[in-house]
Design a protein around this ligand. Structure first.
Ligand code: GUN
Length: 302
């Protein structure tokens, strides 16, 4: 058996088209479009390319987009003042501070300074709490977990009563996706287990999974014999395992490997996400969805 591929590259296109249509309709009726600001500190090449992609995507779906680049030695006080400026700016619905931050800046302090109603990353404790309560309390589900749930639903995988096993307990993927999948409601209502570095017999837990979500950051951690035949496997791992020359551009690019042994796993799973081209493209897509949602909340139409 060869698994059905769940392609983030395809699902992204569907969702961005839906967002573009909704932005046009809101513009026609209310005369406004969502505004997103991305704050980039310094010149970390990976951060620069993520932010460029976020800005390009925001532009593509019809948002107003602002890229605010600041020097690597910006003081914490100046960054907090900048966030305060955007908190008060009526044309801005989403504020994203690209992580990681330079060592002299306290990340927690910065993330906590963002107005929770503009926190489209969903990292503010208020939004983490809202997510935990679930239902209509939820404002901004964090982008990667939101993308994972969207992929599972759009692939037609039954979640109600499904055994979901999450590998990894990070604050940005493992904990929130586990929380989202256990909520009552569509696309969730699952029985959830989180396994982590303290878990005994990780393989035995994974073998029970109807839906296996792997966000461990360990290349090839999940072996084919850990997978239940027919399971849906979501691989969140993006591990740089080397470099190669791109056939398209002739430039050096990273060789990426997931947390799942893909070639073997696809012969056992019912559906599976590849790396790259799986979960990766969904994160920025869901950032757009959250920014649109922020404007809709403001307009009272969410
Ligand atoms: N750096 C890497 N991923 C992310 C993300 O999802 N949000 C922010 N703010 N920074 C990141």
């Amino acid at each position: 058996m060869t698994a059905k591929l769940i392609l983030g590259t395809e699902i992204r296109e569907q969702i961005l088209e839906e967002i573009t249509a909704e932005v046009k309709a809101i513009k026609a009726k209310h005369g406004v479009v969502p505004g997103l600001v991305t704050i980039l500190i310094g010149e970390n090449p990976a951060s620069m390319s993520y932010v460029t992609l976020k800005i390009q995507t925001a532009h593509r779906v019809g948002f107003t987009e602002v890229q605010d680049s600041q020097p690597v030695d910006i003081s914490e006080a100046d960054l907090l003042a900048l966030i305060d400026k955007y908190n008060k700016d009526d044309s801005i619905n989403g504020i994203l501070v690209q992580l990681p931050l330079p060592k002299h800046i306290n990340e927690k302090k910065v993330l906590n300074a963002i107005d929770p109603d503009k926190d489209v990353d969903g990292f503010h404790p208020v939004n983490v709490g809202r997510l935990m309560i679930g239902g209509s309390e939820v404002r901004f589900p964090p982008c990667t977990p939101a993308g994972i749930q969207e992929m599972i639903v759009r692939a037609g995988v039954e979640t109600k009563g499904a055994e979901v096993v999450v590998v990894g307990r990070s604050n940005i993927v493992g904990k929130p996706i586990a929380n989202m999948m256990l909520q009552k409601g569509a696309g969730a209502n699952s029985t959830v287990t989180i396994v982590h570095t303290g878990t005994k017999n990780m393989d035995a837990h994974c073998k029970r999974a109807d839906i296996l979500i792997v966000a461990a950051g360990v290349p090839g951690l999940v072996k084919p014999e850990w997978i239940k035949p027919g399971a849906c496997v979501i691989d969140v791992g993006v591990n740089r395992v080397g470099e190669k020359v791109s056939e398209k551009t002739g430039k050096k690019i990273a060789i990426l490997k997931g947390d799942v042994d893909f070639d073997a796993a696809k012969e056992i799973a019912g559906s599976i996400t590849p790396v790259p081209g799986g979960v990766g493209p969904m994160t920025i897509t869901m950032l757009m969805k959250n920014t649109l949602k922020s404007l809709k909340f403001k307009l009272g139409i969410a």
